[in-house]
Write a protein that binds this ligand. Structure first.
Ligand code: NDP
Length: 447
């Protein structure tokens, strides 16, 4: 009843925010067993959680190389700071809108709570498309974006990071402008360059963390990834470092993709070729097949309607690492029919609601994004700790901490799932574990 009331109010207040509804609906349904405790309704916890603390929208005017003024929309949605300063990435992509940033900011609250570190939840971004822009255009856009954002962020207030379309280059330009505006060098952004406050392993953290999480899930069932075929979607930060770690643990990642198409390489993805195309040249995944003769390229327009070509490749484990709702109900059935035993979400909400239900019903190892991809923000938290102490840690130290955090996230989620009599359901386990930490902090601190 309580859940239904909240969802109904949300639908009426924000009728067009589909991704936000999807994220809230999924979370609230899985909280049903813990919400039997009347304390959460008494303190209006759900009402307060689904409404961000504040939403900041702003105009970003910048000049392109032809001397023409361009205008984009920027935003920062600060959702909840019950357990620490706001923390969450910035996304630059033409699809960015209020619904997408709200779904991401909402999920970030619970993901950050799972990391064991003290970070609240936020997200931001712009409908700016970095593709095809010159370096100088990217710099001018980032500077214009920061000209407004700097008023709202701070090392103990709100600490943004990267996401789709925001990598090391963008963080550099954003940080440079922030420093000039406030005349202070502090850890206001994470994902910084290694020479100026960044943390080792931050670049690799989300992908590595996903594989560590997969190892924990599989290990609990006495299985592992060694020698197993894995499918990965995307070819950005998360996908590349998932593929790198899969190779390291002896698995065979055979796919990668971008928004134009996918490649299948039965010999295992050639990581240095992939990095050369994507990280060095900023090229398209299609180029991979031009350099590697046995690899097959399939264009998106040749995918079967309503499906993603990556998920038609038979695999033991699938790592959706591109974007939200990239894995449909039909894809979920195809994966299971082809013998897939493990799905690990590198991206945020990559499985549609129905696809996620199918994975849960099949009781395969299903690692939801909030838990499985929390390694990125966890190492961002470690970057903040290193900045505060002005003492950088070695690669081995950060990697060991990341591995421990991923293990703890798995154990916390699995134990919570067990406590609520649904031991294989890590959606329920991770959602309830994250929720309890935030909700209890809200109760402790008053309304
Ligand atoms: P990148 O920008 O580095 O890469 C994104 C990849 O996904 C690209 O290959 C891109 O292809 C593809 N992609 C993006 N949008 C679409 C789309 N609509 N359809 C098909 N493919 C698409 O981003 P990240 O790797 O950083 O992020 C990927 C996912 O992981 C996102 O969901 C993000 O929120 C999530 N995530 C990222 C974290 C991080 O630390 N970076 C942390 C936790 C979660 P193309 O180049 O053609 O656009």
């Amino acid at each position: 009843m309580y859940i239904a009331q909240i969802l109904e109010k949300l639908r009426k207040t924000y009728p067009h925010q589909h991704e936000f509804h999807q994220a809230v609906t999924e979370l609230l349904h899985s909280l049903a067993p813990v919400l039997k405790n009347p304390i959460y309704q008494k303190h209006a916890i759900l009402e307060r959680l689904v409404e961000p603390d504040r939403e900041i929208f702003f105009r970003v005017a910048w000049m392109d190389d032809a001397g023409k003024i361009q205008v984009n929309r920027g935003c920062r949605i600060e959702f909840n700071a019950a357990i620490g300063p706001y923390k969450g990435g910035l996304r630059f992509h033409p699809s960015v809108n209020e619904s997408i940033i709200k779904f991401l900011g909402f999920e970030q609250i619970f993901k950050n709570a799972l990391t064991t570190l003290n970070m609240g939840g936020a997200k931001g971004g712009s409908d700016f498309d970095p593709k095809g822009k010159s370096d100088a255009e990217i710099m001018r856009f980032c500077q214009a974006f920061m000209d407004e954002l700097y008023r709202h962020i701070g090392a103990l207030t709100d600490v943004p990071a990267g996401d789709i379309g925001v990598g090391a280059r963008e963080i550099g330009y954003l940080f440079g402008r922030y420093k000039k505006l406030v005349n202070r060098f502090d850890g206001v952004l994470t994902g910084k360059g290694l020479d100026w406050g960044g943390s080792l392993v931050r670049k690799e953290a989300t992908g590595y963390g996903c594989v560590y999480f997969a190892q924990e899930m599989l290990g609990a069932r006495k299985e592992d990834l060694a020698g197993k075929i894995c499918s990965v979607s995307g070819s950005g930060n998360v996908a590349i470092y998932t593929i790198e770690k899969l190779h390291e643990v002896g698995a065979i990642p055979v796919t990668a993709s971008d928004s134009k198409g996918m490649i299948y390489d039965s010999e295992g993805i050639d990581l240095s070729l992939l990095k050369e195309i994507k990280e060095v040249r900023g090229g398209r995944i299609e180029e991979y097949a031009q350099h590697k003769r046995n690899a097959q390229y399939t264009d998106v327009k040749d995918y079967k309607s309503g499906t993603n070509g990556v998920w038609s490749v038979p695999c033991f484990a699938a790592f959706p690492s591109a974007t939200q709702n990239e894995l449909s109900l039909a894809d979920a059935h195809t994966l299971l029919n082809n013998g897939c035993k493990c799905v690990v979400e590198g991206a945020n909400m990559p499985s549609s609601t129905k696809a996620a239900e199918v994975f849960l019903k099949a009781k395969i190892c299903y690692g939801p994004g909030k838990a499985a991809n929390a390694g990125g923000v966890a190492v961002s938290g470690l970057e903040m700790a290193q900045n505060a102490s002005m003492h950088p840690w070695t690669f081995e130290v950060v990697d060991r901490k990341l591995r421990t955090i991923m293990k703890e996230i798995f154990e916390n989620s699995a134990q919570t799932a067990q406590e609520f009599n649904d031991p294989t359901n890590l959606v329920l386990g991770s959602n309830i574990a994250g929720f309890r930490k935030v909700a209890n902090a809200m109760i402790d601190q008053g309304y």
